[in-house]
Design a protein around this ligand. Structure first.
Ligand code: FAD
Length: 442
């Protein structure tokens, strides 16, 4: 007899996963704790609530999140279809009427055959059966405790402090020099500043517009990961003695130690992406772009992801999850959405779609699937489950995650070529595996 799937959390990932599984003829039981219990950020009793912005970001194939949307459409995503129907004007971005979006998804799921929705908090995981955990970055405390016990204390995180990540191709290598402090290797890229540049930068940091702390975020503040703008506000020299200290570094262009440096660290082994060391921030995205482009060598920086600091419950997926999104130590349990280690509405939806498809395949005794790493959805899965990733943090999709192309491409041409390859590989994957259920090699 075919098994039933339990999905915990009726957010973006849970709704997409439930739809995928139910449309494949599997019986789904979806549990959502609202309206009996709300996370500190959720306010509506509808499913698939967008907790902050109403934008699903770029819709262009020149942008990795635009590509991910196109892939989701080709994979039959419910949420992307409803986003199109409830779209509001937003230039290049896909923004939605959030009420209409959530209401339409709720009503379609309520009417769906094979799908039962229960408005109840789930605190424990049943000992048997297929389970998809899609309880999001604000998973209820009781369930978080259960997940923590199940995965081990050190594998569940409750806070995110993320520095911006920059495309390696957009750095000015005539200004930036490679060196580690005191000549101990050359692992870092260094953006040197003279005193004038430094003080202007510190002043702008102090004046930049910040995302306010939410009520539930205030208590969580570690001295070790203060936002860079707060350090700047503590005193004009604080950063020059902290993350921007220049000691042990000599600028080869001047032969002198700069007044301050911003260090960039490899984000991936290929050197296609770098993070700004110690630059976790609550600055709004437009001010991050403006102010961080004042850093010498970053004038044309392309941001693969912006910095942030917020509460977030997520797994250490590189050690815990298979590329199918199954928990390694208990493969009948899948994780989806932000709790699985991705960041963003569309990325969470994508992980819900994959978990929903795989959970339904398991229920039907079919082989599970893993999207190719050359696709946007596959690049995310491969990133969050790559055990070589150090200092794992949830990730937005970006072209830095994709395997390199054959041949030399730069800028827009490179992004276009990556998108073309992705869609070609996705179409092949859909034709050979999503429909016909061929076994994917791990
Ligand atoms: C404050 C905040 C703002 C954000 N803003 C943005 C943004 O502007 N743009 C962006 O792209 N991303 C944003 N994100 C990141 C993220 O993409 C979203 O949070 C996204 O909604 C995650 O999707 P999800 O399906 O994983 O979780 P959610 O959409 O949060 O869904 C999880 C669902 O599970 C339910 N639930 C939790 N615990 C239980 C339980 N024990 N039993 C039953 N149900 C439970 C919740 O009520 C919720 O409905 C933000 C995150 C936070 C925390």
């Amino acid at each position: 007899m075919e098994k039933q799937i339990l999905i915990i959390g009726g957010g973006l990932a849970g709704c997409e996963g439930a739809w995928q599984a139910a449309t494949r003829g599997v019986s789904v039981s979806l549990y959502e704790m609202k309206p009996h219990r709300f996370s500190p950020a959720h306010v509506s009793s509808n499913l698939a609530e967008l907790v902050c912005s109403n934008s699903l970001r770029s819709n262009s194939l020149g942008n990795a999140v635009g590509l991910l949307k196109e892939e989701l459409r080709r994979l039959g995503s419910l949420l992307m279809a409803v986003a199109e129907e409830t779209r509001v004007p937003a230039g290049d971005a896909l923004a939605v009427d959030r009420q209409a979006f959530a209401a339409s998804i709720t009503s379609r799921l309520e009417k769906r055959d094979n799908l039962k929705i229960s408005r109840e908090e789930v605190a424990g995981i049943p000992d048997e059966g297929i389970v998809v955990i899609a309880s999001g970055p604000l998973t209820s405390p009781a369930l978080a405790e259960t997940i923590q016990k199940m995965t081990g204390e050190e594998h569940l995180y409750f806070y995110d402090a993320i520095a911006p990540i920059i495309d390696g191709d957009s750095l000015d290598t005539k200004v930036i020099f490679r060196a580690s402090r005191y000549g101990e290797g050359d692992d870092y890229l260094n953006c040197p500043m003279n005193a004038d540049q430094y003080f202007r930068f510190v002043e702008e940091l102090g004046q930049g517009e910040k995302v306010p702390y939410r009520e539930f975020e205030k208590p969580v503040h570690f001295e070790g990961c203060l936002p860079v703008e707060e350090m700047a506000e503590r005193g004009r020299e604080t950063l020059a003695h902290g993350p921007m200290k220049p000691v042990g570094l000599t600028d080869p262009r001047t032969g002198r130690t700069p007044y301050a440096v911003v260090q960039l660290r490899h984000e991936d082994s290929r050197g296609s992406a770098y993070n700004l060391v110690g630059f976790q921030t609550k600055l709004k995205w437009k001010d991050q772009e403006r102010i961080f482009r004042m850093i010498p060598g970053l004038e044309k920086a392309r941001f693969l992801r912006f910095g942030s600091l917020h509460r977030n419950t997520f797994l250490h997926s590189p050690t815990l999850l298979e590329k199918t999104l199954q928990l390694k130590k208990d493969p009948r349990i899948f994780f989806a959405g932000q709790v699985a280690g991705v960041e963003g509405y569309v990325e969470s939806t994508a992980m819900g779609l994959l978990a929903g498809i795989n959970a339904s395949r398991m229920a039907k005794g079919e082989p599970l699937i893993i999207p190719p790493p050359t696709t946007a959805i596959g690049s995310l899965v491969h990133y969050i489950t790559d055990p070589r990733v150090k200092g794992f943090q949830p990730m937005n999709v970006n072209f830095g995650l994709f395997p390199p192309l054959e041949g030399r491409f730069r800028g827009r041409d490179k992004r276009r070529a990556l998108s073309e390859r992705a869609l070609q590989d996705l179409d092949h994957f859909i034709g050979t595996q999503v429909n016909e259920g061929e076994r994917q090699k791990i």
